[in-house]
Write a protein that binds this ligand. Sequence first.
Ligand code: KG4
Ligand code: ZN
Length: 334
Amino acid sequence: MLVLGIESSCDETAAAVVSNGKMLSNIIASQIKDHSKYGGVVPEIASRKHIEAINPVIREALADAHVTLQEIEGIAVTRGPGLIGSLLIGLSTAKAIAYALNIPLVGVNHLEGHIAASFLAEKPPAFPFVALVVSGGHTNVYLVKNYHDFHLLGQTRDDAAGEAFDKAAKLLNLGYPGGVVIDKMAKQGGNPQAIAFPRAMKDSPDFSFSGLKTSLLMMLKKRGRDFEESQLPDVVASYQEAIVDVLVEKTIKAARDNAIERIVVCGGVAANGRLREKFAAVADANKIELFIPPSILCTDNAAMIAAIGEIMLKNGRRDGLDLNAVSRWPLATL
Ligand code: KG4
Ligand code: ZN
């Protein structure tokens, strides 16, 4: 089945074509340069940029997949969670195409989409598996028993891991999005053990990253003008290591506690080089099969939306043209 996926929940306008679980195209227009001078996503600007980008991005996705719009057999679009104004651009466009072509439409949960990025692999994960969804807005661990069957095992009590990266980069004046900059800078020989940043909630399945950010802030205040550029790689490498450590440790523990042998790691932060490296090593030591999509499918994209959308459409799921966007939509309530 030829499915067109559309994603516009935050600051990426994306469209992709997927057919029988294979990705035929994956186009992403990023708004990073439009938001970077503000140090984060400005919702009003995001909506306006989505309007400008959506049609060209869809056209490019079709051209790249060598299909015409008329050949598309179903539309999958992100319905939530996300910025409501941004979501509405993708959703309205999807509805217009579905109505004009008289083809079925499904609204997809963005987090389920992130998990479904792993289904596009040559060898997708079998059920059941434990999934860590780690992005700018979420840090959640799920037991996934089947499609649409999620049990929340742990979540952040405050900031998401991506937020912890973004806020640190802002404090250090490194730019936006923070995760990408810190990932790059940490690779420049910084010592991940140089500073003992806190690892919070050791005995809980839940996460907390706000104390980590505060401890960086306190360190910067204390060092004041003594803080030297040359120390920056050590600071970011240590800060990154503190985030990576708890993500890996708690996800592996969740899998072991539930006697699950497979882990999927997804969402924007799963693009992080150190996180991928450490997960690979620890999963191997624990004889756990690890599935992390390529980085381009970890950050926001529409191929992941089309991937789960195709499965839903094949199972007969249909949404009406009265479908609305939702800013909050916990996965466990699907
Ligand atoms: O999934 P995503 O693209 O959007 C959301 O659904 O939030 O995730 C964006 C988040 C941002 O916080 C960004 O800093 C982080 O993912 N991120 C990274 C990396 N690339 C993106 N964090 C760490 N290392 C990276 N390489
Ligand atoms: Zn996302």
